[in-house]
Design a protein. Structure first.
Length: 64
């Protein structure tokens, strides 16, 4: 899966705000997760706790 640089200001606020209410499914072993309904095209995100505060940070996002 190709990736591109992500603008954290554009992606992190709206996606993190709704993370508890959206469907997240794993995309194989590459640690990208589909956001929303299981349709295509879809938005996929890679997540990690970057600053150790116990909350998810979005580190990359792709749409295909």
């Amino acid at each position: 899966m190709g990736s591109r640089p992500m603008n954290r200001l554009l992606w992190s606020a709206p996606l993190l705000a709704g993370l508890a209410a959206i469907q997240v499914s794993c995309s194989g072993d590459d640690h990208y997760y589909r956001v929303g309904a299981p349709t295509y095209p879809a938005t996929w995100v890679a997540v990690a706790d970057l600053d150790g505060d116990g909350r998810v940070d979005i580190v990359d996002a792709v749409h295909y």
